[in-house]
Write a protein that binds this ligand. Structure first.
Ligand code: ATP
Ligand code: MG
Length: 395
Protein backbone atom coordinates (compact mmCIF):
# COMPACT_ATOMS: atom_id res chain seq x y z
CA UNK A 1 0.00 0.00 0.00
CA UNK A 2 1.10 3.56 -0.61
CA UNK A 3 1.84 5.55 2.53
CA UNK A 4 0.92 9.21 2.87
CA UNK A 5 1.70 12.31 4.83
CA UNK A 6 -1.30 14.61 4.91
CA UNK A 7 -0.09 17.83 3.35
CA UNK A 8 -1.82 19.88 0.69
CA UNK A 9 -0.75 21.01 -2.79
CA UNK A 10 -0.01 19.00 -5.95
CA UNK A 11 0.64 15.37 -5.07
CA UNK A 12 4.16 13.97 -5.58
CA UNK A 13 4.35 10.16 -5.63
CA UNK A 14 7.74 8.61 -4.90
CA UNK A 15 8.26 4.94 -5.79
CA UNK A 16 11.24 3.04 -4.38
CA UNK A 17 11.62 -0.51 -3.01
CA UNK A 18 14.17 0.74 -0.45
CA UNK A 19 12.31 1.74 2.71
CA UNK A 20 15.11 4.01 3.99
CA UNK A 21 15.14 5.94 0.71
CA UNK A 22 11.37 6.43 1.00
CA UNK A 23 11.62 7.76 4.54
CA UNK A 24 14.48 10.12 3.68
CA UNK A 25 12.62 11.38 0.60
CA UNK A 26 9.46 12.05 2.55
CA UNK A 27 11.14 13.68 5.51
CA UNK A 28 13.52 15.92 3.61
CA UNK A 29 10.80 17.32 1.33
CA UNK A 30 8.47 18.80 3.92
CA UNK A 31 7.23 21.59 1.66
CA UNK A 32 5.69 19.10 -0.81
CA UNK A 33 2.60 16.90 -0.57
CA UNK A 34 4.49 13.59 -0.78
CA UNK A 35 3.11 10.07 -0.91
CA UNK A 36 5.33 7.02 -1.30
CA UNK A 37 4.93 3.51 -2.71
CA UNK A 38 7.24 0.46 -2.40
CA UNK A 39 6.62 -0.91 -5.91
CA UNK A 40 4.95 -0.30 -9.27
CA UNK A 41 1.73 -2.09 -8.33
CA UNK A 42 1.19 0.03 -5.21
CA UNK A 43 2.05 3.15 -7.23
CA UNK A 44 -0.65 2.36 -9.81
CA UNK A 45 -3.17 1.69 -7.03
CA UNK A 46 -2.40 5.08 -5.50
CA UNK A 47 -2.71 6.77 -8.90
CA UNK A 48 -6.10 5.19 -9.48
CA UNK A 49 -7.28 6.75 -6.22
CA UNK A 50 -5.59 10.18 -6.29
CA UNK A 51 -4.67 12.73 -8.91
CA UNK A 52 -0.87 12.57 -8.97
CA UNK A 53 0.86 15.68 -10.31
CA UNK A 54 4.43 14.34 -10.27
CA UNK A 55 5.68 10.75 -10.30
CA UNK A 56 9.26 10.12 -9.22
CA UNK A 57 10.38 6.52 -9.53
CA UNK A 58 13.45 4.39 -8.94
CA UNK A 59 14.52 2.39 -12.02
CA UNK A 60 15.58 -0.92 -10.53
CA UNK A 61 12.79 -2.51 -8.55
CA UNK A 62 11.72 -6.13 -8.12
CA UNK A 63 8.50 -7.03 -9.99
CA UNK A 64 7.53 -4.14 -12.25
CA UNK A 65 10.62 -2.12 -13.23
CA UNK A 66 10.67 1.68 -13.18
CA UNK A 67 10.66 1.68 -16.99
CA UNK A 68 7.54 -0.54 -17.17
CA UNK A 69 5.77 1.65 -14.59
CA UNK A 70 6.60 4.80 -16.57
CA UNK A 71 5.21 3.23 -19.75
CA UNK A 72 1.88 2.38 -18.05
CA UNK A 73 1.64 5.83 -16.44
CA UNK A 74 2.40 7.59 -19.72
CA UNK A 75 -0.49 5.68 -21.31
CA UNK A 76 -3.02 6.00 -18.47
CA UNK A 77 -2.13 9.38 -16.93
CA UNK A 78 -0.45 11.44 -19.66
CA UNK A 79 -0.88 14.66 -17.64
CA UNK A 80 1.33 13.41 -14.77
CA UNK A 81 4.90 14.74 -14.93
CA UNK A 82 7.21 11.69 -14.84
CA UNK A 83 10.78 11.63 -13.46
CA UNK A 84 13.34 8.99 -12.48
CA UNK A 85 15.85 8.81 -9.68
CA UNK A 86 18.66 6.52 -10.62
CA UNK A 87 22.30 5.55 -10.05
CA UNK A 88 24.80 6.98 -12.48
CA UNK A 89 25.63 3.47 -13.78
CA UNK A 90 22.09 3.10 -15.16
CA UNK A 91 22.66 5.60 -17.92
CA UNK A 92 21.35 3.43 -20.80
CA UNK A 93 17.80 2.95 -19.53
CA UNK A 94 17.68 6.65 -18.62
CA UNK A 95 18.62 7.71 -22.12
CA UNK A 96 16.06 5.32 -23.55
CA UNK A 97 13.40 6.68 -21.19
CA UNK A 98 14.17 10.25 -22.19
CA UNK A 99 14.25 9.50 -25.91
CA UNK A 100 10.91 7.73 -25.76
CA UNK A 101 9.38 10.65 -23.87
CA UNK A 102 8.80 8.46 -20.81
CA UNK A 103 10.36 11.00 -18.45
CA UNK A 104 10.69 14.74 -18.37
CA UNK A 105 13.70 14.83 -16.01
CA UNK A 106 16.06 12.49 -14.19
CA UNK A 107 17.78 12.81 -10.84
CA UNK A 108 21.05 11.07 -10.08
CA UNK A 109 21.40 9.15 -6.81
CA UNK A 110 22.55 10.03 -4.22
CA UNK A 111 20.50 13.16 -4.74
CA UNK A 112 21.21 16.59 -3.45
CA UNK A 113 18.27 17.99 -1.48
CA UNK A 114 18.44 21.53 -2.90
CA UNK A 115 18.60 20.29 -6.45
CA UNK A 116 15.68 17.94 -5.83
CA UNK A 117 13.59 20.75 -4.33
CA UNK A 118 14.27 22.91 -7.41
CA UNK A 119 13.30 20.11 -9.78
CA UNK A 120 10.12 19.26 -7.85
CA UNK A 121 9.05 22.92 -7.71
CA UNK A 122 9.43 23.12 -11.47
CA UNK A 123 7.48 19.84 -11.93
CA UNK A 124 4.60 20.95 -9.66
CA UNK A 125 4.34 24.28 -11.48
CA UNK A 126 4.44 22.55 -14.86
CA UNK A 127 1.65 20.22 -13.77
CA UNK A 128 -0.55 23.06 -12.46
CA UNK A 129 0.03 25.01 -15.66
CA UNK A 130 -0.93 22.02 -17.82
CA UNK A 131 -4.12 21.51 -15.80
CA UNK A 132 -5.09 25.20 -15.99
CA UNK A 133 -4.51 25.30 -19.71
CA UNK A 134 -6.67 22.17 -20.11
CA UNK A 135 -9.44 24.00 -18.17
CA UNK A 136 -8.95 27.04 -20.41
CA UNK A 137 -9.21 24.81 -23.45
CA UNK A 138 -12.48 23.33 -22.14
CA UNK A 139 -13.87 26.83 -21.53
CA UNK A 140 -12.91 27.85 -25.07
CA UNK A 141 -14.77 24.84 -26.43
CA UNK A 142 -17.81 25.78 -24.36
CA UNK A 143 -17.68 29.35 -25.68
CA UNK A 144 -17.47 27.96 -29.18
CA UNK A 145 -20.54 25.81 -28.54
CA UNK A 146 -22.41 28.82 -27.14
CA UNK A 147 -21.64 30.77 -30.31
CA UNK A 148 -23.05 27.90 -32.38
CA UNK A 149 -26.04 27.83 -30.08
CA UNK A 150 -26.49 31.57 -30.68
CA UNK A 151 -26.78 31.10 -34.44
CA UNK A 152 -29.13 28.13 -34.03
CA UNK A 153 -31.21 30.32 -31.71
CA UNK A 154 -31.46 32.93 -34.47
CA UNK A 155 -32.96 30.38 -36.86
CA UNK A 156 -35.28 29.05 -34.16
CA UNK A 157 -36.61 32.52 -33.38
CA UNK A 158 -37.48 32.95 -37.01
CA UNK A 159 -39.27 29.58 -37.22
CA UNK A 160 -41.09 29.87 -33.90
CA UNK A 161 -42.46 33.38 -34.36
CA UNK A 162 -45.06 32.45 -36.97
CA UNK A 163 -46.90 29.64 -35.09
CA UNK A 164 -46.66 31.65 -31.89
CA UNK A 165 -48.36 34.65 -33.49
CA UNK A 166 -51.26 32.51 -34.67
CA UNK A 167 -51.49 31.02 -31.17
CA UNK A 168 -51.70 34.51 -29.65
CA UNK A 169 -54.40 35.59 -32.13
CA UNK A 170 -56.47 32.49 -31.31
CA UNK A 171 -56.05 33.01 -27.59
CA UNK A 172 -57.35 36.56 -28.01
CA UNK A 173 -60.46 35.18 -29.82
CA UNK A 174 -60.95 32.77 -26.96
CA UNK A 175 -60.77 35.65 -24.48
CA UNK A 176 -63.34 37.56 -26.52
CA UNK A 177 -65.63 34.51 -26.56
CA UNK A 178 -65.24 34.07 -22.81
CA UNK A 179 -66.83 37.50 -22.33
CA UNK A 180 -70.10 35.89 -23.47
CA UNK A 181 -69.73 33.14 -20.89
CA UNK A 182 -72.50 34.46 -18.54
CA UNK A 183 -74.98 34.66 -21.46
CA UNK A 184 -74.04 31.19 -22.73
CA UNK A 185 -74.28 29.80 -19.19
CA UNK A 186 -77.76 31.22 -18.66
CA UNK A 187 -78.87 29.86 -22.08
CA UNK A 188 -77.59 26.45 -21.06
CA UNK A 189 -79.44 26.74 -17.72
CA UNK A 190 -82.67 27.39 -19.62
CA UNK A 191 -82.11 24.59 -22.13
CA UNK A 192 -83.79 21.20 -22.11
CA UNK A 193 -80.57 19.31 -21.45
CA UNK A 194 -80.43 16.96 -18.47
CA UNK A 195 -79.56 18.67 -15.13
CA UNK A 196 -76.21 16.82 -14.94
CA UNK A 197 -75.26 17.86 -18.47
CA UNK A 198 -76.32 21.50 -17.80
CA UNK A 199 -74.21 21.63 -14.64
CA UNK A 200 -71.23 20.25 -16.47
CA UNK A 201 -71.53 22.65 -19.42
CA UNK A 202 -72.03 25.71 -17.19
CA UNK A 203 -68.91 24.80 -15.22
CA UNK A 204 -66.90 24.46 -18.43
CA UNK A 205 -68.19 27.73 -19.87
CA UNK A 206 -67.41 29.54 -16.62
CA UNK A 207 -63.84 28.21 -16.68
CA UNK A 208 -63.19 29.64 -20.12
CA UNK A 209 -62.07 33.07 -18.87
CA UNK A 210 -59.47 31.76 -16.43
CA UNK A 211 -58.21 29.25 -18.99
CA UNK A 212 -57.81 31.95 -21.64
CA UNK A 213 -55.94 34.20 -19.19
CA UNK A 214 -53.56 31.38 -18.26
CA UNK A 215 -52.95 30.63 -21.91
CA UNK A 216 -52.29 34.30 -22.62
CA UNK A 217 -49.77 34.53 -19.74
CA UNK A 218 -47.93 31.45 -21.05
CA UNK A 219 -47.95 32.71 -24.64
CA UNK A 220 -46.64 36.11 -23.54
CA UNK A 221 -43.88 34.45 -21.59
CA UNK A 222 -42.99 32.31 -24.60
CA UNK A 223 -42.97 35.39 -26.80
CA UNK A 224 -40.63 37.26 -24.47
CA UNK A 225 -38.34 34.26 -24.21
CA UNK A 226 -38.18 34.00 -27.98
CA UNK A 227 -37.33 37.69 -28.15
CA UNK A 228 -34.71 37.04 -25.47
CA UNK A 229 -33.19 34.29 -27.63
CA UNK A 230 -32.61 36.83 -30.33
CA UNK A 231 -30.45 38.76 -27.87
CA UNK A 232 -28.27 35.73 -27.16
CA UNK A 233 -24.69 36.58 -27.96
CA UNK A 234 -25.31 40.33 -27.85
CA UNK A 235 -23.86 42.22 -24.88
CA UNK A 236 -26.44 42.39 -22.08
CA UNK A 237 -26.35 46.19 -21.58
CA UNK A 238 -27.58 46.94 -25.06
CA UNK A 239 -29.98 43.99 -25.07
CA UNK A 240 -31.95 45.26 -22.10
CA UNK A 241 -33.59 48.62 -22.37
CA UNK A 242 -32.38 49.68 -18.93
CA UNK A 243 -32.96 48.01 -15.57
CA UNK A 244 -36.42 46.56 -14.97
CA UNK A 245 -38.18 45.32 -11.89
CA UNK A 246 -40.97 42.92 -11.06
CA UNK A 247 -43.35 41.81 -8.35
CA UNK A 248 -42.12 38.30 -7.47
CA UNK A 249 -45.39 36.83 -6.15
CA UNK A 250 -47.31 36.57 -9.46
CA UNK A 251 -44.13 35.11 -10.97
CA UNK A 252 -43.92 32.52 -8.19
CA UNK A 253 -47.58 31.60 -8.75
CA UNK A 254 -47.09 31.34 -12.51
CA UNK A 255 -43.96 29.14 -12.10
CA UNK A 256 -45.86 26.85 -9.73
CA UNK A 257 -48.76 26.57 -12.21
CA UNK A 258 -46.41 25.81 -15.12
CA UNK A 259 -44.54 23.09 -13.17
CA UNK A 260 -47.64 21.57 -11.58
CA UNK A 261 -48.09 18.82 -14.14
CA UNK A 262 -44.44 17.80 -13.95
CA UNK A 263 -44.74 17.65 -10.15
CA UNK A 264 -47.92 15.58 -10.28
CA UNK A 265 -46.23 13.06 -12.58
CA UNK A 266 -43.51 12.68 -9.94
CA UNK A 267 -46.14 12.51 -7.18
CA UNK A 268 -44.75 15.69 -5.65
CA UNK A 269 -46.34 18.90 -4.44
CA UNK A 270 -45.05 22.42 -4.97
CA UNK A 271 -45.90 25.14 -2.50
CA UNK A 272 -45.01 28.67 -1.54
CA UNK A 273 -43.83 29.37 1.97
CA UNK A 274 -43.39 33.07 2.62
CA UNK A 275 -45.04 36.45 3.28
CA UNK A 276 -48.26 37.40 1.47
CA UNK A 277 -46.63 40.48 -0.03
CA UNK A 278 -43.07 40.78 -1.31
CA UNK A 279 -41.00 43.78 -2.39
CA UNK A 280 -40.35 44.33 -6.10
CA UNK A 281 -37.00 42.97 -7.23
CA UNK A 282 -34.57 44.34 -9.81
CA UNK A 283 -35.00 41.70 -12.49
CA UNK A 284 -37.61 41.55 -15.25
CA UNK A 285 -40.64 39.30 -14.77
CA UNK A 286 -39.64 37.27 -17.84
CA UNK A 287 -36.18 36.58 -16.50
CA UNK A 288 -37.40 35.77 -13.00
CA UNK A 289 -39.99 33.43 -14.53
CA UNK A 290 -37.25 31.64 -16.47
CA UNK A 291 -35.14 31.28 -13.33
CA UNK A 292 -37.99 29.98 -11.19
CA UNK A 293 -39.37 27.60 -13.82
CA UNK A 294 -35.90 26.11 -14.33
CA UNK A 295 -35.25 25.68 -10.60
CA UNK A 296 -38.69 24.36 -9.71
CA UNK A 297 -38.53 21.92 -12.67
CA UNK A 298 -35.13 20.68 -11.51
CA UNK A 299 -36.58 20.17 -8.02
CA UNK A 300 -39.64 18.32 -9.35
CA UNK A 301 -37.42 16.14 -11.55
CA UNK A 302 -35.17 15.32 -8.58
CA UNK A 303 -38.20 14.38 -6.47
CA UNK A 304 -39.57 12.21 -9.31
CA UNK A 305 -36.17 10.53 -9.73
CA UNK A 306 -36.25 9.58 -6.07
CA UNK A 307 -39.56 7.80 -6.64
CA UNK A 308 -40.97 8.22 -3.13
CA UNK A 309 -44.51 9.57 -2.80
CA UNK A 310 -45.27 12.88 -1.03
CA UNK A 311 -42.08 14.58 -2.20
CA UNK A 312 -42.04 18.36 -1.88
CA UNK A 313 -40.64 21.34 -3.69
CA UNK A 314 -40.95 24.52 -1.66
CA UNK A 315 -40.33 28.11 -2.69
CA UNK A 316 -39.33 30.03 0.41
CA UNK A 317 -39.08 33.81 0.50
CA UNK A 318 -37.44 36.09 3.03
CA UNK A 319 -36.97 39.82 2.84
CA UNK A 320 -33.82 41.39 4.26
CA UNK A 321 -34.57 45.08 4.82
CA UNK A 322 -31.09 45.97 6.04
CA UNK A 323 -29.43 44.39 2.99
CA UNK A 324 -32.17 45.62 0.57
CA UNK A 325 -32.48 42.11 -0.82
CA UNK A 326 -35.03 39.37 -1.25
CA UNK A 327 -33.90 35.80 -0.70
CA UNK A 328 -35.76 33.10 -2.61
CA UNK A 329 -34.98 29.46 -1.90
CA UNK A 330 -36.11 26.48 -3.93
CA UNK A 331 -35.92 23.52 -1.58
CA UNK A 332 -36.57 19.93 -2.63
CA UNK A 333 -36.31 16.55 -0.95
CA UNK A 334 -35.31 14.78 -4.16
CA UNK A 335 -32.29 12.64 -5.03
CA UNK A 336 -29.73 15.37 -4.24
CA UNK A 337 -26.37 15.60 -5.98
CA UNK A 338 -23.14 13.64 -5.52
CA UNK A 339 -20.18 15.98 -4.80
CA UNK A 340 -18.81 15.57 -8.36
CA UNK A 341 -22.22 16.48 -9.84
CA UNK A 342 -22.57 19.47 -7.50
CA UNK A 343 -19.15 20.68 -8.57
CA UNK A 344 -20.11 20.69 -12.25
CA UNK A 345 -23.78 21.69 -11.99
CA UNK A 346 -24.21 25.04 -13.75
CA UNK A 347 -21.43 24.42 -16.28
CA UNK A 348 -23.09 24.89 -19.70
CA UNK A 349 -24.10 21.54 -21.22
CA UNK A 350 -23.43 19.55 -18.07
CA UNK A 351 -26.38 17.24 -17.44
CA UNK A 352 -27.01 13.83 -15.89
CA UNK A 353 -30.49 13.57 -17.39
CA UNK A 354 -30.96 11.75 -20.71
CA UNK A 355 -33.39 14.41 -21.96
CA UNK A 356 -31.61 17.39 -20.34
CA UNK A 357 -29.70 20.09 -22.21
CA UNK A 358 -27.61 21.09 -19.21
CA UNK A 359 -28.38 24.77 -19.78
CA UNK A 360 -30.95 25.34 -17.02
CA UNK A 361 -28.67 26.20 -14.10
CA UNK A 362 -26.15 27.98 -16.32
CA UNK A 363 -28.93 30.25 -17.55
CA UNK A 364 -30.24 30.88 -14.00
CA UNK A 365 -26.76 31.82 -12.81
CA UNK A 366 -26.28 34.17 -15.74
CA UNK A 367 -29.66 35.89 -15.27
CA UNK A 368 -29.30 36.29 -11.51
CA UNK A 369 -25.70 37.50 -11.93
CA UNK A 370 -26.69 40.08 -14.56
CA UNK A 371 -29.39 41.37 -12.20
CA UNK A 372 -26.69 41.96 -9.57
CA UNK A 373 -27.89 39.03 -7.46
CA UNK A 374 -26.22 36.03 -5.87
CA UNK A 375 -26.75 32.36 -6.58
CA UNK A 376 -25.89 29.35 -4.40
CA UNK A 377 -26.54 25.60 -4.61
CA UNK A 378 -26.36 23.28 -1.61
CA UNK A 379 -27.09 19.60 -2.06
CA UNK A 380 -26.69 16.30 -0.25
CA UNK A 381 -27.08 13.03 -2.09
CA UNK A 382 -30.16 11.14 -0.87
CA UNK A 383 -31.43 14.15 1.14
CA UNK A 384 -32.21 16.96 -1.27
CA UNK A 385 -31.17 20.27 -2.75
CA UNK A 386 -31.56 23.93 -1.85
CA UNK A 387 -30.92 26.62 -4.41
CA UNK A 388 -30.74 30.14 -3.01
CA UNK A 389 -31.05 33.29 -5.05
CA UNK A 390 -30.61 36.68 -3.47
CA UNK A 391 -31.93 39.57 -5.53
CA UNK A 392 -31.59 43.30 -4.93
CA UNK A 393 -34.96 44.89 -4.18
CA UNK A 394 -36.18 47.84 -6.22
CA UNK A 395 -36.08 51.25 -4.56
N1 ATP B 1 -32.68 20.03 -7.64
C1 ATP B 1 -31.77 19.17 -8.10
N2 ATP B 1 -31.59 17.97 -7.48
C2 ATP B 1 -30.68 17.09 -7.95
N3 ATP B 1 -29.88 17.30 -9.02
C3 ATP B 1 -30.00 18.47 -9.66
C4 ATP B 1 -30.94 19.46 -9.25
N4 ATP B 1 -30.82 20.52 -10.08
C5 ATP B 1 -29.87 20.21 -10.97
N5 ATP B 1 -29.36 18.99 -10.74
C6 ATP B 1 -28.28 18.32 -11.46
O1 ATP B 1 -27.58 19.28 -12.22
C7 ATP B 1 -27.62 18.95 -13.62
C8 ATP B 1 -27.71 20.22 -14.44
O2 ATP B 1 -28.96 20.88 -14.21
P1 ATP B 1 -29.51 21.87 -15.33
O3 ATP B 1 -30.80 22.40 -14.88
O4 ATP B 1 -28.43 22.84 -15.68
O5 ATP B 1 -29.67 20.93 -16.60
P2 ATP B 1 -30.73 19.73 -16.80
O6 ATP B 1 -31.84 19.87 -15.81
O7 ATP B 1 -29.98 18.47 -16.80
O8 ATP B 1 -31.25 20.03 -18.26
P3 ATP B 1 -32.19 21.28 -18.69
O9 ATP B 1 -31.30 22.05 -19.62
O10 ATP B 1 -33.31 20.64 -19.35
O11 ATP B 1 -32.52 22.07 -17.48
C9 ATP B 1 -28.82 18.02 -13.75
O12 ATP B 1 -28.69 17.15 -14.85
C10 ATP B 1 -28.79 17.26 -12.43
O13 ATP B 1 -27.84 16.24 -12.44
MG1 MG C 1 -32.86 21.70 -15.51
Amino acid sequence: MAEALHRSGPLVLYVDDDRTNRIVFEQSLGEFNVRTAPDGKAALEAMAEHEVAVLVTDMRMPGMSGEELLRVVKERYPQTIRMVVTAYSDVDPILRAINEGLVARYIIKPWDRNELVQVLRWACEASTFARDSAALHRRLLETERLVTLGSIAGMLVHDLKQPLMSLIVNIESLREMSKDAPAIASAVERSELSPAMRKNLVAQVNDLGALANDLRASANHLNEMINGLRELGRPRDTALGGPSSSDPLPVVRHAIAVCQELALRGRASIDYDGPKALPHVRISATELTQVLINLVSNGAQAVAARGVPNGRVRIRARQDDADHTLELQIVDDGVGMAPEVLERAGTPFFTTRAEGTGLGLAQCQRLVGTAGGRFRIESTQGIGTTVTIILPTAA
